[in-house]
Design a protein around this ligand. Structure first.
Ligand code: AHG
Ligand code: MN
Ligand code: MN
Ligand code: MN
Length: 349
């Protein structure tokens, strides 16, 4: 007979991880890695909420490997993630949007472990100065057997081993998630047993379970694309978008367009309300803008865990084996039927 839940019992990310570890679903090491990510996100939530007060808006004055002007909070969030992950003592390699190369957590000292974490420390950072939702995105891999890391190897060999260990397909993810910094701070994640959401309760500084075993609606009448790029898209994508707008096709009710320019915000709405988010390739960038390792793969992993789908337009995102740390792929992700409808245009071309 299950113990009656008393009114003071709360289920937090920490107790959820303890339960999964007790069940043997995850091991202690992964539980510690995810806890250290949660600590990083709590710190970033506070920094984001006070950006204007602590002079953390605006640009840092440097460019990242993507050729983007780094925002101050891009740089600070990256440092927060690296600090929390390396001091967790369970990580071996860190790959970040804001790092040119993967960072080998100092293998020699006691702090290093085995897990590999790919992360976008601050997603949607162009929105920071306008106070619009931003987020952090992360994915965790086990080290690959084929390429054991050897601390005694020279720096070049070590870097090669890091890149091989980081470049794993999304289907091998041990865990993935994002934290949305918006009207609420919500950590949404999966360790392969479905998708769970935890809302930060600032009163106790804990992420409290608020979204249990999220399933994305089968269909959804919202599409989330930056239509400013329409004329640069392939014809197949232009045809698809045109079809969504045709009243005749949808009993007089065409799709609605929603786009805030933060993948985490646009994805979170798609996950809960259904529909499709897309960042297609275009004439200027045939692989689009979003990065596979720390944006497309984690979001596609979550979508599939919630019963949805993530596609490049021609292949399942989780099957793509990365060839480079900052590799980009086109992304169409959301309700399975919506993504399959998109593919009926893009797979034809
Ligand atoms: P980031 O801020 O981490 O560089 O990511 C920005 C991404 C993504 O968050 C968003 O969906 C997309 O860029 C918006 O791109 P456009 O402004 O080109 O639409
Ligand atoms: Mn960026
Ligand atoms: Mn991003
Ligand atoms: Mn970013």
């Amino acid at each position: 007979q299950t113990k009656q839940q008393n009114e003071y019992e709360i289920f937090t990310l920490t107790t959820w991880l303890f339960k999964l570890e007790k069940q043997g679903t995850i091991n202690n090491e992964l539980a510690v890695v995810i806890s250290s990510i949660a600590l990083a996100c709590k710190q970033i939530a506070s920094l984001v909420n006070r950006a204007g007060i602590s002079n953390l808006t605006g640009v840092a004055g440097a460019q990242n490997v993507q050729g983007e002007d780094q925002k101050k909070l891009d740089v600070v969030s990256n440092e927060v993630f690296k600090n929390c992950l390396s001091t967790s003592g369970r990580t071996g390699i860190l790959a970040s949007e804001e790092e040119d190369f993967p960072v080998a957590v100092d293998i020699a000292d006691a702090y290093s472990g085995n897990y590999i974490v790919c992360f976008d420390p601050l997603d949607g950072s162009s929105n920071i100065d306008a106070g619009i939702s931003v987020g952090s995105i992360w994915g965790v891999y086990e080290p690959s057997e084929e390429c054991p890391m050897d601390a005694h190897d020279d720096a070049n060999k070590l870097m090669e081993q890091c890149v091989v260990n980081v470049c794993q397909p999304g289907k091998d993810l041990a865990a993935a998630g994002y934290c949305l910094y918006s009207s609420s701070t919500i950590m949404v994640l999966s360790v392969g047993t479905g998708v769970f959401g935890f809302t930060l309760d600032p009163m106790i500084g804990e992420f409290v379970l608020t979204h249990k075993d999220v399933k994305i609606p089968e269909v959804g009448k919202i599409y989330s694309f930056n239509e400013g790029n329409n004329d640069l898209w392939d014809e197949s994508v232009q045809e698809y978008i045109k079809s969504l707008k045709s009243p005749e096709k949808w009993d007089g009710k065409p799709y609605s367009s929603r786009y805030i320019g933060s993948l985490v915000g646009d994805f979170h709405r798609t996950l809960l309300y259904g529909g499709i988010y897309g960042y297609p390739g275009d004439k200027k960038n045939k692989n689009g803008k979003l990065r596979l390792l720390y944006e497309c793969a984690p979001m596609s992993y979550l979508a599939e865990q919630a019963g949805g789908l993530g596609s490049t337009g021609t292949t399942r995102v989780l099957d793509v084996v990365p060839e480079a740390v900052h590799q980009r792929v086109p992304l169409f992700v959301g309700s399975k039927k919506e993504v399959e409808y998109l593919e009926s245009f893009t797979k034809k071309s």
